[in-house]
Design a protein around this ligand. Sequence first.
Ligand code: FDP
Length: 344
Amino acid sequence: MRQVTVTEHLLLHQKKSPMATGRFTSLLTELILSAKLISREVTKAGLVDVLGFTGETNVQGEKVRKLDEFANNVLIHRLRRSGVLCAMASEENGDLIQVSGDLPQGDYILIFDPLDGSSNIDVNVSIGTIFSIYRRPLHKGPGSPSLAEVLQRCDKQVAAGYFIYGSSTMMVYTTGNGVHGFTLDPSVGEFLLSHPDMKIPEQGRIYSVNESYWNYWDPATKEAIAYFKSTENALGKPYSSRYIGSLVADFHRNLLYGGIFMYPAKRRPDGTYAGKLRLTCEAAPMAFIVEQAGGLATDGVNRILDYTPTELHQRVPFFVGSPNDVRTVREIMLRSGSDTVPGN
Ligand code: FDP
């Protein structure tokens, strides 16, 4: 069988995808090279002194591990010089990362989570890099884009994807024409098409949630989770429970096997509810991918791609996966009047 690389695949599909210009190909090429460098570092993490904490705390108040920092630096360093971006935002940086000064600028905006699932880094469990790409809105004048130009409605994404560093390294991405998966062949150093036109099963068999938060959920959320464990659900028997604790890995498994990943809002000490996952660098890109694969993504009720972020590190409740399962959660949330969902 003829092997197709990501770049060949992009070029072959350029005609179908108006935004897949040569500049966009350069952007993906830089992302791919960065991911290969991160993948190499992840696989030798047990061998060299890259494990453990750096001693720093990031903008989310979490301790920064050395591999997170490495991944973040690689992406910023390579992409900043790509000549096709005007701004970047990383989960690890509080503010926008401007591409200014003497570096060439383009009109793409890249938002990324350099190493998602960081609590799994030291224990050899799959982790990933998530990316989301927008175009700078037209006629906004010269210079670096403002935060308002970056915080676009999530359905304005022109591409999104992730790299998963697992038993093999894979890239899964969409430009709005289906979802395609490529596996890194280490012997040639190329991502080769292995999963063309991925589709998530209509009906899932797996539910993924950190159930230890049960006491922090509101009654509607508890009812939704109980549905998946009951014998009176769409399957007539309990779903299987699988939770890795790495969004990319949990999402990827459910995309292939069918299922729902949930990170509901938790009650905070002040009595209000909030999600954990970040809208711009986690929920929005996964929502774009899953919809392109025939699935759904909501905050329990509202479509994630209808959100317009109000801040860079905004968090949302997140329900993503097989359409039947996400729809069922929505019905339960609406019927039971969940007060964890914004605007519900
Ligand atoms: P992590 O904190 O290990 O980086 O958003 C980050 C994330 O992992 C997701 O990858 C994962 O799905 C989730 O948080 C896990 O959170 P819990 O430990 O609260 O379940």
